[in-house]
Ligand binder design. Structure first.
Ligand code: 13P
Length: 250
């Protein structure tokens, strides 16, 4: 059985001091869950987050990383830097990075390889726009994103990574995909992995849903067969809400 994996994506929210306060308060609230619990925090908050989470079951993720080892890339952060801090997960190819920072399927693929090079598990984001959904090309779009993101990765690597399906029209809008819509596309993600790597790998890969996940809708989403948890934006910034979401039980 796959574990559930619940990750908060803080985006550009909380200072290092607020990070310390939040994670210190979160620790006891999620201490008894078997789910994988992650907080993805801004780069400058990572040291405070790691310190506050030390010895707990909360893993800390970065929200992005560069695809080169080092060099003249002003403002960027490398896999080696994240590994040195002790970061275990990294979000790659979030739709906000694709939209505002010109990330492409190709850079997502390069970053996925780079994450593995430094022992960091990628959480690869895919998702369609409302226009693509209305045009009826969601499945094709998702399949393309998944296929290109995974080019050159081994079956063992793919079995260990996370793919987050986040329909762009559901992010920050309060308009969650229905459980059926979310399940349908998460299954498309898993089926695509199955075509490429076989059923053993597809049975292991963790597929999250993201987009207006809340304390009130998370259970019905995570109950679905191919949804292995969530990538949570706004609700992950609120202790009470994230506690409920992270403590999901069937
Ligand atoms: P919201 O939960 O705020 O809609 O954000 C989803 C998201 O983008 C998580 O990565």
């Amino acid at each position: 059985m796959r574990k559930k994996i619940i990750a908060g994506n803080w985006k550009m929210n909380k200072t290092p001091s607020e990070t310390k306060e939040f994670i210190t308060a979160l620790r006891p609230r999620v201490a008894n869950t078997d789910n994988i619990v992650i907080c993805a925090v801004p780069f400058v908050c990572i040291p405070a987050a790691l310190e506050a989470a030390s010895g707990s079951n909360i893993a800390i993720a970065a929200e992005n990383m560069h695809f080169e080892d080092k060099g003249a890339y002003t403002g960027e952060v490398s896999g080696a830097m994240l590994q040195d801090l002790g970061v275990k997960y990294v979000i790659i190819g979030h739709s906000e990075r694709r939209e505002y920072f010109a990330e492409t399927n190709e850079t997502v693929n390069k970053k996925a390889h780079q994450a593995f090079k430094y022992g960091i598990t990628p959480i690869i984001c895919v998702g369609e726009s409302l226009e693509q959904r209305d045009q009826g090309v969601t499945a094709e779009h998702i399949r393309t994103q998944v296929k290109i993101a995974l080019i050159g990765l081994s079956g063992e690597q793919v079995a260990s990574l996370v793919i987050a399906y986040e329909p762009i029209w559901a992010i920050g809008t309060g308009r969650t995909a229905t459980t059926e819509q979310a399940q349908e596309v998460c299954k498309i993600v898993r089926d695509t992995v199955c075509e490429l790597y076989g059923s053993d790998v597809a049975d292991k890969v963790l597929v999250q849903y993201g987009g207006s996940v809340s304390a009130s809708n998370s259970k019905s989403l995570f109950d679905m067969a191919d949804i292995d948890g969530g990538l949570v934006g706004g609700a992950s910034l609120k202790l009470d809400d994230f506690e409920v979401i992270a403590n999901y039980t069937k």
